[in-house]
Design a protein around this ligand. Structure first.
Ligand code: SF4
Length: 333
């Protein structure tokens, strides 16, 4: 089966399973451009920056996208990376109407990522309660030594997702009480800082993760922290209509790394993220800032999330930092 057939089967499967309308959401149905997305989620690979970026922008402009209109006059190759991604793929907010005064957060290119409406994707229907992978004592998935749970299933289908092999909600193994107990036992050593949820999409596997999170809080209180990587943006999770299980899981997390991975914004210098649209958010402080705004009679959706105060991105790429002739005095800045 070739890529296109695979994608067709995947789409059909998703529609059947989650009762979604063809095309997944009305934004895509109204927009002539994403036709290729419905047949090949990675068809953007074949697009070149110049003419086809213009074609994308032309279609997008029919829906009123001012940013995309300029793309016809300039090749994306000559632009800085963020601008290039926006112009190549057509940058727009799919749900500007969702919230007065705010949007979904950092730009989400529309040609290769799915953009669910609030509550459209529901873990209670979608999750198969499967664990794709579990890694103990890792140092890459957040601060300190941690145990990482990879849940199965992610419908965002970002181009060049690192974990595409577990997009399927059936990947991996059934979640069991024995697994839950093993997670708790592995958190006992004092040198383990906490647990990390990745995937797959944690917010679409809440039946499993809420159970584990509750157990962790009962057993360890706040002495162990919870980090979570999600394809949803913070603003998407804050929208009215978001399913309550997502809000509940978010409330149990300490740190949230939000947003789809966007290949055009990839940057290897970023700490804990793949692309520059993603953020490392301090959940407790962000929720407190929203409550404070509410108490002052302000719209909490106009309050930006609070970035983790220990964040430190690399300033230089590794090659710049290490491929130096030290004897010749290079790299001593
Ligand atoms: S949201 Fe994350 S797991 Fe899902 S497709 Fe995108 S990069 Fe992959």
């Amino acid at each position: 089966m070739d890529n296109k057939q695979n994608a067709d089967v995947f789409d059909e499967e998703m529609r059947r399973k989650f009762d979604l309308m063809p095309g997944f959401d009305k934004d895509f149905q109204a927009d002539p451009t994403p036709a290729f997305r419905k047949t090949d989620p990675h068809a953007m690979d074949n697009l070149t920056a110049g003419g086809q970026a213009g074609q994308t922008a032309g279609a997008a402009s029919q829906t009123g996208v001012a940013e995309a209109q300029a793309a016809t006059s300039q090749t994306a190759d000559s632009l800085p990376v963020r601008e290039k991604a926006e112009k190549s793929f057509g940058h727009r907010d799919f749900a500007a109407h969702d919230l007065p005064g705010y949007n979904r957060g950092p730009g989400i290119p529309y040609a290769f990522s799915n953009n669910p409406r609030a509550g459209q994707w529901d873990a209670r229907k979608m999750s198969a309660n499967r664990i794709a992978s579990y890694k103990r004592f890792v140092v890459t998935d957040g601060e300190g030594i941690r145990n990482s749970i990879y849940v199965a299933g992610c419908p965002f289908r970002c181009q060049n997702c690192w974990n595409a092999s577990i997009w399927d909600f059936q990947a991996g193994h059934d979640f069991t009480p024995a697994f839950e107990q093993a997670v708790i036992d592995d958190l006992r050593p004092s040198y383990v800082e906490g647990v990390t949820y990745l995937g797959g999409e944690p917010m679409l596997n809440t039946p499993v993760l809420l159970k584990i999170s509750n157990h962790i809080r009962q057993e360890f209180g706040d002495t162990k922290n919870i980090w979570c990587w999600t394809g949803y943006t913070w603003e998407e999770l804050m929208r009215p209509g978001t399913t309550p299980d997502k809000t509940a899981l978010l409330g149990m997390c300490d740190i949230l790394i939000d947003g789809r991975f966007i290949e055009g914004l990839k940057d290897s210098r970023l700490q804990f993220r793949g692309s520059s649209n993603q953020r490392v958010i301090d959940v407790k402080k962000s929720l407190a800032a929203r409550r404070e705004a509410q108490e002052q009679g302000l719209n909490p959706n106009c309050v930006a999330p609070v970035i983790w105060d220990k964040l430190h991105d690399q300033k230089r790429v590794i090659a710049e930092a290490y491929r130096k002739d030290r004897d010749a005095g290079e790299g001593r800045d």
